[in-house]
Design a protein around this ligand. Structure first.
Ligand code: COA
Length: 322
């Protein structure tokens, strides 16, 4: 009997305040035209002081539970993927757990930056297959606006805040090949200095700010993402022709286009939300997934490829039949 992790509900949450490129250009030495042409971004949501990584995660989780028709007490595993936790410890997942009113289930954070949600999906998939979890809440939530250097126009225009959540449930006889079919995660720490935060408790005792060599990141992203998508499809015994939707990490419209072109996928098969949300790091894949499920693009039975690449470098892909 095959035991698989199926998607039983999704949800997402954005901060109240939207900042357009024009509004940003009043504070930063940039233009709407530059941002739009280089990245496809037109606006992003920025958290106010009372909006935290945990509060966005809680809102997204409530919506995902509602979509799954479940109570918080049905959940036995909570994972928050984030690089911007409320505090260094305890894990933001424990704050989410307490707010939802679930007491006692396993709850922890995963840190793999923009690939964090994909890493968390693989952990949940493994735990569900191993009978260590039945209903898991896996969340990507970030407040990157708090670690941006607002004086550095090469990075601060690229990111936004938000959260996405997915309920993954065990299905004991997934004979129809539903749910997570394959996951492949990678990391290469030699590229640590191309995308990182210049602070931390054990180095500077400060939180630090995001630093990035954009050009090099771009180059690695296209190569790594195309490769890991092929590898994951092969693991699932599928081909590129079987894909209905790619739900990519929303870093940059040009990375999405270049990756799709490299694989020969049609632009219409790629879910794009970077124009409205900018790069929300670990939140971007579940946010895009929830958007495309709620607007009716993604339907039950569709084959999805979720993929991401981020600081570390870390990267990975996951094939799911929705
Ligand atoms: N507004 C206006 N001008 C800007 C600017 C901004 N926000 N940021 C940089 N520039 C200027 C630079 O100063 C430079 O000017 P110069 O030629 O006079 O020196 C020029 O634009 C080109 O800068 P460069 O950094 O070479 O641009 P680029 O074509 O590489 O585009 C990125 C920059 C960041 C958009 C691009 O490298 C990229 O998308 N990288 C991937 C980043 C990413 O998605 N990372 C997250 C992965 S998880």
């Amino acid at each position: 009997m095959t035991r698989r992790a199926i998607i039983s509900g999704t949800g997402s949450a954005l901060p109240r305040t939207c900042v357009t490129n024009e509004e940003l250009a009043e504070r930063v030495d940039t233009t709407d035209e530059w941002i739009r042409e280089r990245t496809g971004i037109t606006m992003r949501y920025i958290a106010e002081h009372d909006e935290l990584t945990s509060t966005l995660a809680i809102d997204a989780s409530r919506r995902a539970l509602e979509a799954a028709n479940m109570q918080a007490s049905d959940i036995d595993l909570i994972i928050v993927a984030t690089a911007t936790p409320d505090q260094t410890f305890p894990a933001t997942a424990t704050k989410v757990q307490a707010a939802l009113g679930n007491h006692g289930c396993t709850a922890f954070d995963v840190a793999a930056v923009c690939s964090g949600f994909l890493y968390a999906m693989q952990v949940v998939d493994s735990m569900i297959r191993a009978n260590s979890a039945t209903n898991a809440l896996v969340i990507g939530s970030e407040t990157f606006s708090r670690i941006l250097d607002w004086e550095d126009r090469t990075t601060c225009v690229l990111f936004g805040d938000g959260a996405g959540a997915v309920v993954l449930s065990a299905q004991d006889d997934a004979g129809d090949n539903t749910g997570i079919l394959a996951c492949q995660m990678h990391a290469d720490g030699r590229h640590h200095d191309l995308l990182y935060v210049d602070g931390g408790p054990s180095t500077t005792k400060t939180v630090g700010k995001l630093r990035m060599k954009g050009r090099e990141v771009f180059r690695h992203a296209v190569v790594n993402l195309a490769e890991v998508m092929r590898e994951t499809l092969a693991q699932a015994g599928l081909s590129l022709a079987d894909i209905d939707w790619v739900v990519p990490h929303q870093a940059n419209a040009r990375i999405l286009d270049a990756t799709a072109r490299k694989l020969g996928l049609k632009a219409e098969q790629v879910v794009v939300t970077v124009d409205k949300h900018a790069n929300t790091s670990a939140a971007s894949v579940p946010l895009a997934l929830d958007t495309a499920i709620r607007d009716g693009r993604i339907k039950r039975g569709d084959i999805l490829v979720l993929e991401a690449m981020g600081g570390g470098f870390t990267w990975g892909a996951c094939i799911v039949r929705y």
